[in-house]
Structure formats: structure tokens, C-alpha cells
Design a protein around this ligand. Structure first.
Ligand SMILES: O=C(O)CCC(=O)C(=O)O
Length: 391
């Protein structure tokens, strides 16, 4: 192979021209073979020459991704971009293809099957049942992200209530399951997070030149999981300096009133305020956390102008890292599955926030001002300058 020359790759659709030097330079930044493999997908690197230079990790064998770099069901409209910038959130109706929704449902199923393997997974329902029952012993399920005994002490000293919607008499209670950093064990989610159109949409919504994938969370509210998520702002959980970031909340089921809708406070990303992170099951802040106390929005969301949004699979809700939001419980008889993917300005650096829960994706020895770890937070936009050639 002549490394100076772009290589022409015959794909099903067309010839694809890849700047090999650029692609190799990008690959060099990724020391983890998983990420190198994923990046080959991101680069559309079907070139034999490139693939031969990359060791495919055994766990990834056969994992492929057909999302297409930067491609997707449709483009953003100017109104959607304006709504995101003015309101701090927007519903992108029908932005994902059926194929993408199916792939994400598969990823969510794989995540739930392997939940026990994650040090960051929690059954919020059973954990909260124990935390609000001082006599109960707390089963961490092997997860280490949160200091549950410290939360139990804070709850015992507070009169803030646990947030639950009313259970329907005909519906048995279900569990609210949560996990963080799923992309690192579920290849289908990694491929989507790194290689779908979402990195490009982030650049357009935030009006930034380069985008880093920050992390993911899955939020599964089983049928009858009536746990609400207290109103909060994502940035103050994340140990980041800077504010330019957005969260794509991707429903995998239809969501209506009573089945776990997301609700947003319009314009709250422009308030210029940082609120203490709370424990989700209640407005109670994490002990020792910095920031202002969140207004008591949960007691009367309508009085605070909260907009709750109905969605279908294929729709995506996007909010700014500073937008105040929360969710309703799922009183219904079907699960409400959602995946949340977070993208930030590639220039943002680490900044520790006292009291905020440690995030699994930050290095334990990270110091304020450190750049983010490229292997854990890859730059996903702009892509390598490959371009279609005349076939
Ligand atoms: O899915 C939910 O219920 C809450 C999600 C959320 O708060 C988020 O994605 O930031």
C-alpha cells in the first residue's frame, strides 16, 4: 500500500475514497483495541489495508454497524435548532430510522441482560425501598458508584419525600433500572453513539466545531415502575468545566401521560444558575454537593411551566446540559425503555464537583483542568475527511 495515496474502496453503493494518513493518525489516538475497532466503523474503514492493521478484539467479532457516518433518517430543521437554543430542549420527531430503533432495542436488551456485570447499575426502586426504610439492609448489588449508606444517613436526616406517582390498583409494581457507561460493554450501543448522525446533530444544535462523546445512561422503567425522577440539571453531575453539551434522550417505546414522560422547564438553560445534583428518587441533594437548591418543581410542575412531551420510537428529545428536567413514573402496563447519550464540546476539560457522585468515566486521578481521556471520551465530530469519489 502506498501510504501517501488515498485508497479507493469498493462498497455496495459507490467507491469511497479514504485519506489513509488521516485515518491512521486518528486511529493512533486510540490505544484501546475496542475503540480502535469502533473507530474503523466510524471512518467507514472498509478498506482491507486499514482493517489488516487493526486487531479486532474477540468480544467484538462480527459486530458491525450500518448506521452510516453522519447519516440518518432526516436533517434538522432551522426551527428545531432555534427551539433547542431558545428553550433548551427540542423534540426531533422521526429523526431515527426503524433500523436504528431496532438496533437500539437490541442494545438495551443486551444491557439489561448484563446489568449485574456493571459496577454502575442500580435498581433504583429496590434501593429507594431500602433507603427509606431505615431498618432495611441495603443491597448494593455489587455496584460501587454510589455510597448508599451515606445516602441512607442523609435521607434519615431530611424531610424531603421520595417521589412516587400513584400506583394503579390493577398494576403490579415494577422496577426502575439504571446503568451508566453501557457503551463500553455493549458494542451495538457504542457503534451507534460513535457512528450515527448524533455527533453531527450535536455540532449543529450547539453550534460547535468539534464534538466529544461523553457517556451514556439507560433508564428502564418497567411496567408499574412509578418512581419519578426529581427535577435536576445534568451538568452538575458530570465533573466538567464548560457548559456546551447536550443529551439525546431516546425512547424505545411510545411514552404518554402516565407512562414516564420527560418534562422540561423552558429556558432554564439560560438562567445562569447551577443547582446541586440530587439523588433522583427525591429532591434531596447529594451530601456536600455544590450549587443552589433546586426549586420545588416536583410539587407543582405546571406552576413552573414544565412541558411534558409525548414521544414515539424514532423520535428523540434533546436537552442542553443546563436545562432543568425530570420524568414521570410509569403507571402503565408496558415498559418504558430509554437510552440517554451525552455529547460535549471537544474542548471541555475535567473539573471536579465536590459531593457529586463519582462518574465511572473519569480517571480516578483526574485533576481540574486535565483534558478528558481520549480513549473514554472519543472525539466523534468532525469525521475524517473521506469523501465519495466518482464511481
Ligand atoms: O429517563 C428518565 O426517566 C430520566 C432521564 C434523565 O433525567 C436524563 O436523561 O437526563
Amino acid at each position: 500500500m502506498n501510504a501517501q495515496q488515498p485508497i479507493l474502496v469498493k462498497t455496495d453503493q459507490a467507491h469511497l475514497e479514504i485519506d489513509v494518513e488521516y485515518a491512521k493518525a486518528v486511529l493512533e489516538r486510540f490505544s484501546n483495541p475496542w475503540h480502535r475497532y469502533l473507530l474503523t466503523l466510524y471512518l467507514d474503514a472498509t478498506a482491507e489495508a486499514l482493517q489488516n492493521s487493526i486487531a479486532t478484539p474477540p468480544a467484538m467479532t462480527g459486530a458491525r454497524c450500518d448506521f452510516g457516518r453522519g447519516g440518518g433518517a432526516r436533517e434538522l430543521t432551522p426551527d428545531e435548532i432555534r427551539q433547542f437554543q431558545i428553550c433548551g430542549y427540542v423534540k426531533l420527531a422521526g429523526i431515527l430510522s426503524d433500523q436504528q430503533v431496532d438496533a437500539l432495542r437490541g442494545a438495551a436488551a443486551a444491557a439489561v441482560e448484563s446489568l449485574q456485570a456493571s459496577p454502575n447499575s442500580y435498581n433504583v426502586t429496590t434501593a429507594a425501598d431500602a433507603l427509606w426504610n431505615a431498618a432495611a439492609s441495603i443491597d448494593t448489588g455489587g455496584s460501587t458508584q454510589h455510597d448508599l449508606p451515606a445516602l441512607a444517613r442523609a435521607i434519615a436526616q431530611s424531610d424531603l419525600p421520595r417521589l412516587l406517582d400513584e400506583a394503579r390498583p390493577d398494576q403490579t409494581r415494577g422496577n426502575f433500572l439504571l446503568d451508566t457507561g453501557v457503551w463500553r460493554r455493549v458494542p451495538g450501543l457504542a457503534a451507534f453513539a460513535l457512528a450515527s448522525q448524533l455527533p453531527r446533530l450535536s455540532a449543529e444544535l450547539l453550534n460547535i466545531a468539534s464534538v466529544r462523546f461523553f457517556d451514556d445512561q439507560i433508564f428502564i422503567k418497567e411496567a408499574g415502575a412509578i418512581d419519578r425522577v426529581a427535577f435536576h440539571q445534568d451538568l452538575t453531575y458530570f465533573h466538567l468545566d464548560g457548559t456546551a453539551g447536550c443529551v439525546f434522550w431516546i425512547p424505545l417505546d411510545p411514552v404518554r401521560s402516565g407512562s414516564g414522560r420527560m418534562g422540561y422547564v423552558p429556558g432554564s438553560h439560560l438562567w445562569g444558575k447551577l443547582f446541586k445534583p440530587n439523588i433522583f428518587a427525591s429532591r434531596l441533594p447529594f451530601p456536600g454537593s455544590d450549587g443552589l437548591d433546586m426549586p420545588n418543581i416536583d410539587v407543582d410542575p405546571a406552576a413552573h411551566g414544565v412541558e411534558y412531551i409525548d414521544v414515539e420510537p424514532g423520535d428523540v428529545l434533546v436537552h442542553h446540559l443546563l436545562t432543568v428536567h425530570g420524568s414521570e413514573g410509569n403507571q402503565g402496563g408496558a415498559p418504558r425503555r430509554a437510552i440517554s447519550l451525552r455529547y460535549i464540546d471537544a474542548a471541555m476539560r475535567y473539573r471536579g464537583r465536590p459531593g457529586a457522585p463519582p462518574q465511572p468515566m473519569h480517571r480516578a486521578d483526574a485533576k481540574d483542568g486535565d483534558p478528558l481521556d481520549e480513549a473514554i471520551h472519543p472525539v466523534v465530530w468532525p469525521p475524517a475527511p473521506s469523501r465519495r469519489s466518482v464511481s
